[in-house]
Design a protein around this ligand. Sequence first.
Ligand code: NAP
Length: 289
Amino acid sequence: MRPIDSTTAIYGIIGYPVSHTFSPAMHNAAFAKVGLNCAYLAFCVRPDRLKSSILGMRGLGIAGVNVTVPHKEMVIPLLDELSREAKLVGAVNTIVVEGDRLIGHNTDGRGFVLSLKRDLRIEPKKKSVFIIGAGGAAKAISFQLAIEGARYIYLTDIAKDKAQRLVTLLNKNMPSCHAKLIPNEAREMERTVADADILINATPCGMKKHDPLLLNPKSLHSKLVVCDLIYNPPLTSLLKAARSRKLKIMNGLGMLLYQGAMSFYLWTKKHPPVDIMRRALLQEMRRSR
Ligand code: NAP
């Protein structure tokens, strides 16, 4: 990394908490590789300080930030403009500073789909996708899957009303894709898996060692692609079950990587050094375990 001096451009991530984030390691490695005089920090921003932090970005001349939980939605009224994705999803994970204007983007959904395409060589077009969990991450990836031509998106969540709201939003905004609510019951979910090409865990279930399996592993058919948005641990019990049945699997590391690569490009207009960024993430993950 170049020494920090009076001309260093400051980037960062704002969240609460942020102590767990791997983004500084990933972005600082990328800045160093490309030879940019930039530094990326983690800012722990309490929700009641979000407004003053965003005003402070302008005041201090912060060059750009990522936004993470719990600020992705609350930050929107504080920005000047939103990208199409951020508008659709109603959440922002990247703020780009253009002169005096703050522009909100959302690269989470595209990050997931890029990982699917590049890491697994799977195209979402015409696919049926079953997503378990209907929170912020599911919202971002379901819109992007719909944009990229997925034919059916099945959604379930323990909070039925949350899944129903997302189904309604998708059907209203993405008429080429059919979204359907699936009851969060074993038989209904197993029946849906049988119809799906891609299964995605978009819940935190699987982060802890003794978390229950979301589905009976016998329901995972031989052509199913199984994705988990969790990246730490790298192999959740769902992914282990799928791997033991020799299915194509993918964890959330690629989503984290490519959403970051796209933020890097939005900020610097430079080609992101994806291999270096991936290596930094893997190193950071090993260090955290
Ligand atoms: P979130 O907003 O809390 O959404 C998760 C949803 O799943 C909630 O509605 C939750 O319901 C529901 N849920 C929990 N357990 C469930 C179960 N057993 N069956 C069905 N639904 C269940 O979280 P998020 O921000 O969307 O994140 C979801 C996951 O994606 C997390 O593991 C997160 O770490 C991961 N993620 C990864 C990346 C990446 O870059 N790889 C990015 C973002 C998120 P309740 O709220 O009622 O519990």
